[in-house]
Design a protein around this ligand. Structure first.
Ligand code: F6P
Length: 352
């Protein structure tokens, strides 16, 4: 992976998949450090891989990336476009654009899907480095992704607000949060917000056990409860009828959402406690990043630029403890990073 240090080069940058707070901070960090340290030039592709396929890009300069550090979303736009969808020769199409623009290396900022494309390109000989982002925090090769902490704070604030209305109305509040494969947001925000039950994709839940927690709590004199559920949580086989939002994306992922509504109905029917569901949805991905995520995003941007300058392609930057690390994309993407069972056990101590 180690290659000769590159002179001043032209680097393509893109943000793909779901957006998250911190993307702009990363773009700024890449451009600022790349210009300051190597005099490199930058091209930003619009809307993820879609922009590479359509050769739709803008020049990224110190001027065009000024003032974006605290801004949510991505100035480049994003999409869930898969260059290899329907058997297409994604590599040839990407290479065409890169060659046409004289781009020497590509920096892909994304989650499992965007970085999966980056890995395939690397295997086909394209010079690419990955930067992990996802509010779900389910990427291996890094202890944490930027966007996650901001999402946890948004959910915690929402739970705090739901607490006061739940208490006034003596209701059970079901809070549905994002988390396709992993319950990181649910567990962190659930612990921080004092949830009475937390349901995650890693463990199928028993609706009767959930109701049991709530009954026990109510028997102790509490007249309200908070249940946090990750969108990817599933009931024990054959216990509950659930419906997704329907449809799949270009990477074959089902569109999730709606488990909270199922739980609202079931909990109310089974316990007799008045229940309401709140689906936080994309609110969790919007707005300004926390200070922690701005710093992490900045460190990732600078580190990725260093990896490109040193020719260490096919890698993804990440953080282990307080150290910035690089992991081969193939290794980082081999498995999703699921919840630490110990963390869930800690959360469980406070159920019911
Ligand atoms: O980026 C991951 C994620 O936040 C998942 O938790 C969620 O299922 C998905 O994005 C929703 O994405 P969208 O509706 O924007 O396609």
């Amino acid at each position: 992976m180690q290659a000769a240090r590159l002179g001043a080069v032209k680097i393509g940058l893109l943000t793909g998949g779901g957006d998250c707070p911190g993307l702009n901070a990363t773009i700024r960090a890449v451009v600022r450090s790349g210009v300051a340290r190597g005099g490199h030039e930058f091209v930003g592709f619009r809307n993820g891989w879609a922009g590479v396929l359509a050769d739709n890009a803008i020049e990224l300069t110190l001027q065009s990336t000024a003032g974006i550090l605290p801004r949510g979303g991505t100035i480049l736009g994003t999409s869930r476009t898969n260059p290899y969808a329907d058997g297409a020769d994604g590599t040839a199409a990407v290479q065409d654009t890169l060659q046409g623009r004289g781009i020497d290396a590509l920096l892909a900022i994304g989650g499992e899907d965007t970085l999966g494309v980056a890995l395939r390109l690397h295997e086909d000989g394209v010079a690419v480095v990955g930067i992990p982002k996802t509010i779900d925090n389910d990427l291996d090769g890094t202890d944490v992704t930027f966007g996650f902490q901001t999402a946890v704070q948004i959910v915690t604030d929402a739970i705090d607000r739901l607490h006061t209305t739940a208490e006034s109305h003596h209701r059970v509040m079901v809070v549905e949060v994002m988390g396709r494969h992993a319950g990181w947001i649910a567990v962190h925000a659930g612990i921080a917000g004092g949830a009475d039950a937390i349901l995650v994709p890693e463990r199928r839940f028993d609706i009767e056990a959930v109701c049991g927690h709530l009954r026990r709590r109510h028997e102790r004199g509490r007249s309200f409860s908070i249940v946090v559920v990750a969108e990817g949580a599933m009931p024990l086989e054959g216990t509950l009828q659930t419906t997704g939002a329907g449809g799949t994306d270009a990477f074959g992922h089902a569109r999730l959402g709606g488990i909270g509504v199922t739980l609202e109905r079931e909990i109310e029917q089974r316990t007799g406690y008045e229940t309401r569901a709140t689906i936080l949805g994309h609110v969790q991905r919007g707005g300004t990043p926390t200070a922690f995520d701005r710093v992490l995003a900045t460190r990732f941007g600078v580190a990725a630029m260093e990896a490109v300058a040193a020719g260490r392609f096919g890698t993804m930057v990440g953080v282990r403890g307080s150290e910035i690390v690089e992991t081969p994309l193939a290794q980082a993407l081999s498995e999703p990073k699921l919840l630490d069972p110990k963390l869930y056990e800690t959360a469980e101590l406070f159920f019911g």
